[in-house]
Design a protein around this ligand. Structure first.
Ligand SMILES: [Zn+2]
Ligand SMILES: [Zn+2]
Length: 288
């Protein structure tokens, strides 16, 4: 099959159009740029690396379109996993000429090992530390590698668990709020599916860890993702439409009336003490 735009051999078909390597990369970067331009993202972007394919693609794409980036990695101390991921993140930074900043959760007295629901604690800890890093480094925005497949899966998983409030924060861009020390957040890969991110990573030879997080194996979200990808195969663009609908819903239910400043750390919180500080306090107690 030939590329829609040149004589090159096609490597991927997206919505009925065939793309060669070069034109696929162009399409990919165009999607990333559309998010950056729509929300007028400027200045220094803290890029959260997980060691996986998506955040690797995210950093490479932002670098390629000339954005100023500051990559960092949060070491969650997950045995046999975190070290491998950190190594890949560091390799990627080496290739692109950046210094990787590493944040270690152990420095905050936090460990996921004894948690009954490690994924939920992990999510809180990551969100908090990402924001704190970007704030401390005076970045204008934090970028994460969440792609279209992740965003839609996350929304369906919340529907499946009647977790409507968790709809908050799933849209492609969240404005910062200085008074709450909240740095703006952007998902540059928001309009790109899992498969497209994987292809971009492979084409550009980016190092990434193939290991899955041991806590996420058998997670129901993986089933939801498979189901969505199968549906997309029969109904092109359905995932983009889902994402647009969820985005609209999120805007409709957005209220910031109940946001506070955490009494312990001064960052944003829904209660008087933020979830991160509660986790720290709980773990300090366990230590004793
Ligand atoms: Zn082409
Ligand atoms: Zn706090």
């Amino acid at each position: 099959m030939k590329c829609e735009y040149c004589n090159g051999e096609a490597i991927e078909v997206i919505n009925g159009k065939a793309y060669c390597e070069k034109h696929f990369s162009k399409y990919f970067l165009g999607r990333v740029r559309s998010v950056i331009d729509k929300f007028n993202i400027r200045g220094k972007i803290a890029v959260a690396l997980s060691g996986g394919k998506d955040s690797a693609a995210c950093l490479h794409a932002l670098h390629s379109i000339g954005m100023k980036v500051k990559p960092f990695y949060i070491n969650l101390r997950i045995p046999d996993y975190s070290e491998a991921c950190e190594k890949k993140a560091a390799e990627l930074c080496d290739i692109l000429g950046y210094e990787l900043e590493v944040i270690d959760i152990a420095e905050y007295g936090i460990s996921l090992e004894r948690e009954r629901k490690p994924c939920s604690t992990c999510g809180t800890v990551k969100r908090y530390l990402m924001n704190k890093f970007a704030f401390d480094e005076n970045c204008d925005c934090v970028a994460t590698g969440h792609n279209l497949s992740d965003a839609v899966t996350f929304a369906f998983n919340n529907l499946a668990n009647v977790n409507i409030l968790n709809f908050r924060g799933n849209k492609p861009y969240l404005k910062g709020k200085e008074e709450y020390r909240m740095v703006a957040k952007v998902k540059p890969l928001y309009w790109l599916k899992d498969k497209e991110c994987m292809l971009y990573t492979i084409i550009n030879n980016l190092p990434f860890a193939e290991e899955e997080c041991p806590y996420s194996i058998n997670a129901p979200t993986l089933k939801i993702k498979d189901w969505l990808h199968a549906l997309e195969g029969e109904w092109p663009n359905v995932m983009i439409n889902f994402a647009k609908s969820f985005w609209k819903l999120e805007e409709m239910m957005e209220k910031e009336g109940n946001i506070n400043i955490c009494k312990k750390c001064g960052f944003a919180s829904y209660g008087s003490i933020c979830k991160f500080c509660k986790i720290r306090a709980k773990m300090e107690k366990q230590e004793k």
